[in-house]
Design a protein around this ligand. Structure first.
Ligand SMILES: CSC[C@@H](O)[C@@H](O)C(=O)COP(=O)(O)O
Length: 355
């Protein structure tokens, strides 16, 4: 296994040297194998998002931007109208891979705006502009993650215990990550935290990815099963909960990995501040409340078989496998973005971010 020198420099998504492919770390293979995939076919890009080879709201947006650029080069000999139609078809297809994280459609729409806004340019020039736009999306995310990490760190103290759910670190974003960023940045500055990482059933992003990132960064991390969050809070070991987000509605409700809302309810019970951290690209002002967020339903096989040597349940047992849940804004202490920390009432504080 390739040695990770610095987790904040992991290239989870990047362009190949010849810019004809997008290269990702196959996150389904971690923490056991560091496998890079070189993708340049539409179906493979779709499959990579669907199967969570690339995952995490910002990372799938960045990936989609690169993928559209790579794919667009393959039909750049078409006249503008045919090029734009093919671009739209491929964009819609990629967008249908996962419904909950808004970053996917946000990045795809940004790329399509380049095509629509340059109709009078040659297709070759448009492809070049697409190349610049996807790099910009990535660079902006790097800067946003750094700012979010700084704001998050401003709320923490030496020796704090922090509980997190799922993975919102470098693998899910760029460089520092969002919810994990403050801990990585604090560590770089000589601070020490005790992080509890929920394993995050059924796909174990907390066990496979978050505890991997934190351990490699030298942060004190303790892996717990999801149903142990209550006891570590009751023991007084958690000073704050930091989680990521996939879509924040205009009223502050937000979708994140299934189980997040349970963590928020527990945190309220024990009087522990609960924060979600995410870039403004994760805020969907067109989505009034959490009820308007589409929750992805996934294959029951993920609950019954994946990651087990033998099936964990009868094949015929019915399963309900939502990938995300919505945390009610009343449970949220603050929303930490690259533009600052929003506090209730969120309808007003979130709106101000876009004024
Ligand atoms: C900064 S990543 C934020 C979220 O995308 C993350 O917490 C999460 O829920 C990811 O879910 P996943 O299904 O692994 O893509």
């Amino acid at each position: 296994m390739e040695e990770i020198k610095q987790v904040t420099h992991i290239d989870n998504v990047k362009l190949s040297d010849d810019k004809k492919s997008v290269v990702i770390i196959d996150q389904t293979q971690l923490p056991n194998r560091m496998v890079y995939l070189t993708l340049n076919q539409l179906e493979d890009c779709y499959e990579a998002i669907l199967k969570l080879r690339v995952r995490g709201a910002p990372a799938i947006g960045i990936f989609a931007g690169y993928a559209m650029y790579v794919l667009s080069q393959q039909y750049a000999d078409k006249p503008y109208d045919a090029f734009a139609a093919e671009f739209h078809r491929q964009k819609e297809y990629l967008n249908s891979s996962r419904p909950t994280a808004v970053n996917l459609s946000w990045a795809l729409n940004r790329m399509e705006k380049v095509v629509a806004g340059n109709a009078s340019s040659g297709v070759g020039e448009i492809v070049e502009l697409l190349g610049r736009e996807c790099v910009k999306i990535h660079e902006e995310d790097i800067a946003m993650c750094r700012k979010i990490s700084e704001y998050g760190l401003s709320l923490l103290h030496e020796g704090d215990g922090i509980l997190t759910h799922c993975n919102a670190g470098p693998l899910a974003t760029s460089r520092y990550g969002t919810a994990i960023g403050p801990m990585l940045l604090g560590k770089e500055q000589g601070m020490n935290f005790h992080v509890f990482s929920d394993e995050t059933r059924p796909l174990l992003q907390g066990a496979r990815l978050t505890s991997f990132e934190l351990q490699k960064a030298g942060v004190d991390v303790t892996l717990i099963c999801d149903n142990m969050a209550s006891i570590v809070m009751k023991n007084g070991w958690v000073n704050a909960c930091f989680v990521g987000c996939d879509r924040i509605a205009a009223n502050g409700d937000f979708a994140n990995k299934i189980g997040t809302s349970g963590v928020a309810i527990l945190a309220k019970h024990y009087g522990i501040p609960f924060y979600t951290l995410g870039p403004t690209s994760t805020i969907d002002m067109n989505c009034p409340t959490g009820d308007d967020i589409k929750i992805e339903l996934r294959d029951p096989e993920e609950i019954k078989e994946k990651f087990y040597v033998e099936p964990m349940a009868l094949k015929e047992v019915k399963c309900y496998n939502p990938a995300f849940d919505v945390t009610d804004h009343t449970l949220v202490t603050g929303i930490i973005t690259e533009k600052g920390i929003c506090y209730p009432p969120f309808t007003e504080s979130l709106k101000k971010l876009f004024d």
